[in-house]
Design a protein around this ligand. Structure first.
Ligand code: BG6
Ligand code: MG
Length: 220
Protein backbone atom coordinates (compact mmCIF):
# COMPACT_ATOMS: atom_id res chain seq x y z
CA UNK A 1 0.00 0.00 0.00
CA UNK A 2 1.37 3.43 -0.93
CA UNK A 3 1.49 5.81 2.02
CA UNK A 4 4.39 8.12 1.26
CA UNK A 5 5.04 10.39 -1.68
CA UNK A 6 8.52 11.71 -2.46
CA UNK A 7 8.86 14.64 -4.80
CA UNK A 8 11.81 15.82 -6.79
CA UNK A 9 11.90 19.62 -6.88
CA UNK A 10 13.53 20.95 -10.05
CA UNK A 11 11.37 19.94 -13.01
CA UNK A 12 8.54 18.46 -10.96
CA UNK A 13 7.44 21.32 -8.73
CA UNK A 14 9.11 24.28 -10.43
CA UNK A 15 11.00 24.81 -13.67
CA UNK A 16 14.34 25.93 -12.28
CA UNK A 17 16.23 24.18 -15.09
CA UNK A 18 16.08 27.42 -17.09
CA UNK A 19 17.82 29.32 -14.28
CA UNK A 20 20.41 26.59 -13.79
CA UNK A 21 21.03 26.86 -17.54
CA UNK A 22 21.43 30.65 -17.53
CA UNK A 23 23.89 30.46 -14.64
CA UNK A 24 25.94 27.62 -16.14
CA UNK A 25 25.87 29.35 -19.52
CA UNK A 26 27.39 32.49 -18.02
CA UNK A 27 30.13 30.46 -16.37
CA UNK A 28 30.78 28.41 -19.52
CA UNK A 29 31.04 31.60 -21.60
CA UNK A 30 33.63 32.96 -19.18
CA UNK A 31 35.60 29.73 -19.56
CA UNK A 32 35.20 29.78 -23.36
CA UNK A 33 33.24 26.54 -23.34
CA UNK A 34 30.45 26.15 -25.87
CA UNK A 35 27.55 24.97 -23.70
CA UNK A 36 24.12 24.63 -25.30
CA UNK A 37 20.53 24.18 -24.12
CA UNK A 38 20.71 20.62 -25.37
CA UNK A 39 23.74 19.94 -23.16
CA UNK A 40 21.69 21.28 -20.24
CA UNK A 41 19.46 18.16 -20.42
CA UNK A 42 22.41 16.15 -19.16
CA UNK A 43 22.56 18.22 -15.98
CA UNK A 44 19.02 17.41 -14.83
CA UNK A 45 18.98 15.61 -11.50
CA UNK A 46 22.78 15.73 -11.36
CA UNK A 47 24.64 17.33 -8.42
CA UNK A 48 26.20 20.79 -8.74
CA UNK A 49 29.80 19.52 -8.91
CA UNK A 50 28.95 16.71 -11.30
CA UNK A 51 27.13 19.24 -13.51
CA UNK A 52 30.26 21.35 -13.67
CA UNK A 53 32.40 18.33 -14.48
CA UNK A 54 30.08 17.50 -17.39
CA UNK A 55 30.51 21.06 -18.69
CA UNK A 56 34.29 20.77 -18.37
CA UNK A 57 34.14 17.47 -20.27
CA UNK A 58 32.16 19.16 -23.04
CA UNK A 59 34.84 21.82 -23.31
CA UNK A 60 37.69 19.35 -22.95
CA UNK A 61 38.95 21.40 -20.02
CA UNK A 62 40.54 20.10 -16.82
CA UNK A 63 41.20 22.05 -13.63
CA UNK A 64 42.24 21.35 -10.05
CA UNK A 65 39.59 20.45 -7.44
CA UNK A 66 39.98 23.77 -5.64
CA UNK A 67 39.29 25.76 -8.79
CA UNK A 68 36.28 23.58 -9.57
CA UNK A 69 34.88 24.39 -6.13
CA UNK A 70 35.38 28.11 -6.76
CA UNK A 71 33.54 27.91 -10.06
CA UNK A 72 30.65 25.99 -8.49
CA UNK A 73 30.31 28.72 -5.87
CA UNK A 74 30.38 31.34 -8.62
CA UNK A 75 27.68 29.51 -10.54
CA UNK A 76 25.53 29.24 -7.45
CA UNK A 77 25.84 32.96 -6.75
CA UNK A 78 24.52 33.68 -10.25
CA UNK A 79 21.77 31.06 -9.84
CA UNK A 80 20.68 32.58 -6.53
CA UNK A 81 20.10 35.95 -8.19
CA UNK A 82 17.30 34.26 -10.12
CA UNK A 83 16.05 32.23 -7.16
CA UNK A 84 15.67 35.33 -4.99
CA UNK A 85 13.18 36.59 -7.60
CA UNK A 86 11.15 33.37 -7.60
CA UNK A 87 7.41 33.77 -6.85
CA UNK A 88 4.59 31.35 -6.16
CA UNK A 89 3.22 31.81 -9.69
CA UNK A 90 6.16 29.74 -10.92
CA UNK A 91 4.88 26.58 -9.28
CA UNK A 92 4.17 24.22 -12.18
CA UNK A 93 0.49 23.84 -13.18
CA UNK A 94 -1.64 21.80 -10.79
CA UNK A 95 1.18 21.08 -8.36
CA UNK A 96 -0.11 23.00 -5.36
CA UNK A 97 -3.57 21.44 -5.61
CA UNK A 98 -2.07 18.00 -6.12
CA UNK A 99 0.04 18.34 -2.97
CA UNK A 100 -2.86 19.73 -0.92
CA UNK A 101 -5.23 16.97 -2.04
CA UNK A 102 -2.64 14.28 -1.38
CA UNK A 103 -2.15 15.58 2.17
CA UNK A 104 -5.90 15.75 2.70
CA UNK A 105 -6.07 12.16 1.43
CA UNK A 106 -3.79 11.05 4.27
CA UNK A 107 -0.54 10.60 2.36
CA UNK A 108 2.75 11.64 3.94
CA UNK A 109 4.80 13.95 1.73
CA UNK A 110 8.54 14.49 1.51
CA UNK A 111 10.85 16.38 -0.77
CA UNK A 112 13.67 14.35 -2.34
CA UNK A 113 15.89 16.83 -4.15
CA UNK A 114 19.59 16.94 -4.96
CA UNK A 115 19.52 20.71 -4.63
CA UNK A 116 21.29 22.44 -1.78
CA UNK A 117 18.95 25.38 -2.40
CA UNK A 118 15.77 23.34 -1.94
CA UNK A 119 14.58 24.93 1.31
CA UNK A 120 15.04 28.44 -0.04
CA UNK A 121 13.11 27.55 -3.20
CA UNK A 122 10.21 26.04 -1.22
CA UNK A 123 10.11 29.19 0.92
CA UNK A 124 10.06 31.42 -2.14
CA UNK A 125 7.21 29.38 -3.63
CA UNK A 126 5.35 29.44 -0.30
CA UNK A 127 4.87 25.67 -0.12
CA UNK A 128 7.24 24.61 2.66
CA UNK A 129 4.31 23.69 4.90
CA UNK A 130 2.94 21.19 2.40
CA UNK A 131 5.83 18.82 3.12
CA UNK A 132 6.12 16.67 6.21
CA UNK A 133 9.84 16.13 5.67
CA UNK A 134 12.62 17.51 3.51
CA UNK A 135 15.49 15.43 2.12
CA UNK A 136 17.81 17.64 0.09
CA UNK A 137 21.36 18.01 -1.17
CA UNK A 138 22.56 19.21 2.22
CA UNK A 139 21.97 15.85 3.92
CA UNK A 140 23.20 13.32 1.37
CA UNK A 141 26.59 12.53 -0.09
CA UNK A 142 25.63 10.31 -3.02
CA UNK A 143 23.87 11.77 -6.05
CA UNK A 144 21.00 10.12 -7.97
CA UNK A 145 20.90 7.40 -9.37
CA UNK A 146 22.19 6.41 -5.94
CA UNK A 147 19.05 5.78 -3.84
CA UNK A 148 20.37 7.67 -0.79
CA UNK A 149 18.15 10.75 -1.10
CA UNK A 150 14.93 8.75 -1.37
CA UNK A 151 15.94 6.25 1.33
CA UNK A 152 16.62 9.24 3.58
CA UNK A 153 13.22 10.71 2.70
CA UNK A 154 11.43 7.44 3.52
CA UNK A 155 13.37 7.18 6.77
CA UNK A 156 12.30 10.69 7.75
CA UNK A 157 8.69 9.77 6.92
CA UNK A 158 9.17 6.55 8.95
CA UNK A 159 7.89 4.47 6.06
CA UNK A 160 9.33 1.38 4.33
CA UNK A 161 10.54 1.78 0.75
CA UNK A 162 7.82 -0.36 -0.78
CA UNK A 163 5.12 1.97 0.51
CA UNK A 164 6.66 5.02 -1.19
CA UNK A 165 6.21 6.47 -4.66
CA UNK A 166 8.66 8.93 -6.19
CA UNK A 167 7.81 11.73 -8.63
CA UNK A 168 10.75 12.51 -10.92
CA UNK A 169 11.53 14.29 -14.19
CA UNK A 170 15.10 12.99 -14.58
CA UNK A 171 16.19 9.56 -15.77
CA UNK A 172 18.77 9.44 -12.95
CA UNK A 173 15.94 10.06 -10.48
CA UNK A 174 13.76 7.26 -11.85
CA UNK A 175 16.74 4.95 -11.52
CA UNK A 176 17.35 6.18 -7.96
CA UNK A 177 13.71 5.45 -7.04
CA UNK A 178 13.96 1.91 -8.35
CA UNK A 179 17.31 1.43 -6.65
CA UNK A 180 15.53 2.41 -3.43
CA UNK A 181 12.80 -0.19 -4.08
CA UNK A 182 10.14 2.45 -4.66
CA UNK A 183 7.56 3.12 -7.35
CA UNK A 184 8.64 5.72 -9.90
CA UNK A 185 6.24 8.17 -11.49
CA UNK A 186 7.88 9.92 -14.42
CA UNK A 187 7.00 13.53 -15.15
CA UNK A 188 7.85 13.96 -18.81
CA UNK A 189 7.71 11.71 -21.84
CA UNK A 190 8.11 8.00 -22.57
CA UNK A 191 11.08 8.93 -24.71
CA UNK A 192 12.96 10.68 -21.89
CA UNK A 193 11.90 8.36 -19.08
CA UNK A 194 11.48 4.84 -20.50
CA UNK A 195 12.15 3.21 -17.11
CA UNK A 196 9.34 4.95 -15.20
CA UNK A 197 6.45 2.78 -13.93
CA UNK A 198 3.99 5.31 -15.28
CA UNK A 199 4.51 8.58 -17.13
CA UNK A 200 2.55 11.81 -16.80
CA UNK A 201 3.08 15.09 -18.63
CA UNK A 202 2.57 16.95 -15.32
CA UNK A 203 0.57 16.92 -12.10
CA UNK A 204 -2.44 18.86 -13.37
CA UNK A 205 -5.76 17.14 -14.04
CA UNK A 206 -4.84 13.99 -12.19
CA UNK A 207 -5.45 12.85 -8.61
CA UNK A 208 -3.19 10.80 -6.37
CA UNK A 209 -5.91 8.13 -6.27
CA UNK A 210 -5.74 7.74 -10.08
CA UNK A 211 -1.97 7.42 -9.88
CA UNK A 212 -1.99 4.89 -7.04
CA UNK A 213 -4.51 2.77 -8.96
CA UNK A 214 -2.30 2.81 -12.04
CA UNK A 215 0.82 1.97 -10.03
CA UNK A 216 -0.87 -1.02 -8.44
CA UNK A 217 -1.60 -2.40 -11.90
CA UNK A 218 2.08 -2.19 -12.80
CA UNK A 219 3.97 -5.44 -12.37
CA UNK A 220 7.11 -5.02 -10.32
C1 BG6 B 1 18.79 19.14 -9.12
C2 BG6 B 1 18.82 19.73 -10.52
O1 BG6 B 1 17.49 19.17 -8.62
O2 BG6 B 1 19.64 19.87 -8.26
C3 BG6 B 1 20.25 19.78 -11.01
O3 BG6 B 1 18.02 18.95 -11.38
C4 BG6 B 1 21.12 20.56 -10.03
O4 BG6 B 1 20.28 20.38 -12.29
C5 BG6 B 1 21.01 19.91 -8.65
O5 BG6 B 1 22.46 20.57 -10.45
C6 BG6 B 1 21.82 20.65 -7.57
O6 BG6 B 1 21.24 21.90 -7.36
P1 BG6 B 1 21.88 23.06 -6.50
O7 BG6 B 1 20.72 24.01 -6.30
O8 BG6 B 1 22.33 22.47 -5.22
O9 BG6 B 1 22.98 23.63 -7.29
MG1 MG C 1 14.39 17.16 -11.42
Amino acid sequence: EIKGLLFDLDGVIVDTAKYHYLAWKKLADDLDINFTEKDNERLKGVSRMRSFEIILEIGGVTMPEEEKEKNCTKKNDIYLEYIYQLKSDEILPGVRKFLEDARAGGYRLALGSASRNAKLILEKLGITDLFDEIADGTIVSNAKPDPEIFLKGAELLKLPSDSCAVFEDAAAGIEAAHNAGMYAVGIGTEENLPEADIILPGLNNITIEDIVKKLQEVER
